[in-house]
Design a protein around this ligand. Sequence first.
Ligand SMILES: Cc1ncc(COP(=O)(O)O)c(C=O)c1O
Length: 405
Amino acid sequence: MGFVKENGRTIPVADKVFALSGRAKAAIAAKGKDAVVNATVGALLDDNGDLVVMSSVAEAIRTLTPADYAEYAPITGTPAFKEAVVKALFGNYEPSGHINLCVTPGGTGSITSVIQNYSSYGDSVLTHDWCWANYKNIAVSQGRKLKTFRFFNEDGGFDAADLEKQLNELAAVQDQVVLMINTPAHNPTGYSLSLEDWDAMIDVINRTACKVVLFLDIAYIDYAGEEDEVRAFVPKLANLGDHVLTIFGYSASKTLTAYGMRLGAIVCMAKKEEDAEEFRRAAEYAARSTWSNCNRSAMVVMGKIYADPELRAKVDEERRVYRDMLLERGRIFEKTLNDNGVKCVPFRAGFFVTIACDDPAEVGRKLEEQDIFCLALAKGIRVSIASISKEKCVKCAEAIAALLK
Ligand SMILES: Cc1ncc(COP(=O)(O)O)c(C=O)c1O
C-alpha cells in the first residue's frame, strides 16, 4: 500500500536512463573505461570520458561574491541576465516584435511554464513523434496530453503534411494549441529544420484555424553549427500570422556547460505589446507558484560573460572547439553506419544520433552484452555521441549495423 497519487502519470520504478547509465558505470568499474562504450549520457564528455567544463566559465564562477549566491534574485531574473539571454539567443539577428523573458530552472522550466500558461487542463500539446521523453512527463504532470505528428515522411523529409493534419484535428476541438518544436540539433535525432522546412511549417501554422503558441526548444542551438547559420530561421518568424505567439525555451546547460547550475529562460517574441505584457504576468506567476526564484549566482555568471566582450570571446572560442569535436563525431558515426549499410534517422548535428529499428529493447540488450550502452526508445536506439570518442563512435556504429543488417 502506497501513499502516492499517480494523477494520470505512470511513475516508473526506476528512471530508465539513470538505471542504464548505472549499469554502464558498473561495467566501467569492472572492466575499465576502454572496454565499455557508455553512450547514455546527455552531457558533453571529452575523448577521455571526462565532463567538458569550459575553463572560461569556471573563471567567471570564481569571481562570484558571497552576496551573488546568497541573495534572492528577482523572480523574472536579474537585468544583466535578461540582456545576456537576448544576446545569446538571437546572436547577430534582430528579433522582431516585443521581447519579454523570465528566468527558469534550465530549459526544462521553460517547458513547464509554457504548458502551464498556454494550454488548458485536458488539452493536448502537439510535438514531433521523435521527441525528448520528458515532454510527455511534463505535459501529463500538469493534466495535459501529448499528441504527436510524424516528424519525417517516407522520403526522410520534414512531414509538414502530417503536422497540418494533426494541427487541424486539434483546431477542431481546442481554441489554442501549443506546438513544441525542438530544433536545431533535435534530441534524439540530431535533425535541424532546414529553411525550406521552416517555410513549410510557417505556411501550415498560418493556415491553422485556431490560435497557435509556437514553442521553440533551442536547448542545443550552440552545438548545431556556425552561429549565424543556425539562427538563420529567426527573420522568418516575422512571417507568422497574428494568431501565433512565438515563445523560445532557452537553456544555458549546454551553452555554458553548466547543467548543474539550472539556468534557462522562457522568452516571448510577441507581435503585440499587450501579449508580451500578459506573458510577463503569467510567466512570473508560474515561476512563483512552482520553483519560485532561480539560481542567482548562475545568472550573475551569465550576465558577466555577455557583458564582457573579451570574456565572451573566450567562452565562444572554447565552445567552438568542443562544438567542432562533436560535429566530427557525428560525421564519423553516420559515415560508419552508412558504410555498413545502415541509415540513421535524418541527422544534422548535436548530442544524439538515432537509428530506427523494430525491437529497440532487444537491440539495446544485445549491445549491452558487448558492453555498449545506448538508450532503447520506443522506435529506435539513441546513441549519445556527445559522450563517446571518435573511436568509440566507430565501434558503436559498427556494432549497431551488424545487429540491424
Ligand atoms: C530537447 C531538450 N530540451 C530541453 C532540455 C532541458 O535541459 P535543461 O533543463 O538541463 O536546460 C533538454 C535536456 O536534456 C533536452 O534534451
